[in-house]
Design a protein around this ligand. Structure first.
Ligand SMILES: [Zn+2]
Length: 422
């Protein structure tokens, strides 16, 4: 009886600990997705608010700072194109909703229009070759609005990407009807054209249009990686590093916010919870936490870190990057698992013996998140993402309420057990 009671208490207390961790993760995701955090992008420097929030969490948790990142901050800059205010599109009688019905190409220049004008339809499926495409572009006039139909057909015919075809377009506004899901991004460069992708299901009839897009290119947008650590009890000079990017796409005009709940408020919150967990129970190896920025602009924070590490990269025993951690109903995928076979096998074994997740999948390395610059520098690294949910990605629907957090506590247990076994 006594023994059973003891085991019961142990199980109940473990469940309570993880319930606490989960509550903290959910609360933190909500905070990071709040309106005042502006999608952790570049308009009104809102990602800086997120950086300060993360630093406060580190401080409360008691993480130590490195000399190279005083007050947890490693600062750097990069160029970025932004859409800080006006973003209007009216076609026919219909005012379209930014983010939901259309997105601006992130490389776009601004466009101003005082009076409604006529949109000219251009059927690109009639353009036969590169010469004809070059000739056609010469006819586009500044200040005018064109609807480019069948851009994908032309791209296929010329063996080029649709995105690259838009680079040479002269300054004017181009409406591109799109059948695929609207997926936004961040650009570090600008093209002369203003390009609006309109969901074909939202494309109204009518030719009269009003377009106003306010754009601002920031040459040196200040950014911060947020870095702290917990010293290990036995091998203090050797580090397990946990990374997660906290930046997202920010705002597209004054109204549309891309909250990035799954991408990657979830991973940021998950790592902050791991920091709290290990602060109370330090493992044998030191654990460093790097909340990176600039990921959506091209892994720029992790690239900068690799070039300016705050302790030698050789001291990293293993780096684990978390990006997209809101629903693990279908398990997790581990990128670079092929190259890090031993770590992958250990994680799989723990998963089987503790019966945590339905699948732990292995994937070859790919430049799809912040682990990548580290692997290029020879650092042993894994990238873990969760599989599940409705597929909202880089759109205005990636909100906390859309994600179940199903099986995320199991991923938490898998990683804490794995790190404790090192
Ligand atoms: Zn992303």
């Amino acid at each position: 009886m006594k023994r059973i009671a003891f085991i019961l208490i142990l199980i109940v207390s473990t469940v309570q600990v993880f319930a606490q961790d989960m509550n903290y993760i959910k609360r933190t995701i909500n905070t990071l997705c709040g309106t005042s955090f502006g999608g952790r992008g570049y308009v009104h420097n809102s990602r800086d608010k997120a950086a300060r929030f993360i630093a406060r969490q580190y401080a409360e948790t008691g993480l130590r700072t490195f000399a190279g990142a005083p007050e947890y901050f490693q600062e750097y800059t990069f160029p970025v194109n932004t859409f800080p205010n006006r973003m209007d599109l009216v076609i026919g009688k219909k005012t379209l909703e930014a983010g939901a019905a259309y997105i601006v190409d992130a490389r776009s220049s601004g466009f101003r229009m005082d009076e409604r004008s006529k949109m000219q339809r251009v059927n690109l499926s009639r353009v036969k070759d590169t010469a004809a495409w070059t000739k056609l572009q010469a006819d586009f006039k500044p200040g005018k609005v064109y609807c480019l139909q069948h851009l994908d057909t032309l791209a296929k015919r010329l063996h080029r990407s649709a995105a690259s075809l838009l680079e040479s377009l002269p300054a004017a506004c181009y409406i591109v009807p799109q059948h695929a899901k609207l997926t936004w991004t961040v650009s570090t460069g600008v093209i002369p054209a203003t390009v609006l992708y309109v969901a074909d299901t939202a494309m109204p009839r009518g030719r009269k249009v009003t377009v106003n897009v306010e754009q601002k290119f920031l040459q040196d947008a200040p950014s911060k990686n947020v870095i702290g650590y917990i010293p290990g009890t036995e091998f203090a000079d050797s580090f397990i590093v946990l990374t997660a990017h906290y930046d997202h796409l920010g705002k597209m005009g004054a109204r549309a916010i891309f909250p990035g709940a799954n991408d990657n408020a979830s991973g940021t919150a998950f790592n902050l919870a791991l920091a709290k967990y290990f602060a109370g129970k330090p493992p044998r190896y030191s654990v460093a936490f790097i909340a990176t920025s600039g990921e959506e602009a091209g892994l720029l924070g992790s690239q900068y870190y690799v070039q300016h590490p705050v302790f030698p990269l050789e001291q990293i025993k293993l780096l684990i990057n978390i990006d997209l951690m809101s629903d693990a109903s279908d398990g997790i995928t581990i990128v670079n698992a092929v190259q890090q076979r031993r770590a992958f096998d250990t994680l799989s074994r723990i998963n089987r013996s503790m019966q945590l997740l339905s699948a732990v999948k292995s994937r070859d390395n790919a430049p799809n998140s912040d682990h990548f610059p580290f692997t290029q520098a020879g650092v042993p690294a894994l990238f873990i993402y969760a599989n599940g949910g409705k597929g909202y990605y880089h759109d205005v629907f990636d909100k906390p309420k859309e994600w179940s957090m199903n099986r995320v506590p199991e991923v938490f247990r898998l990683l804490t057990t794995f790190i404790e076994q090192q």
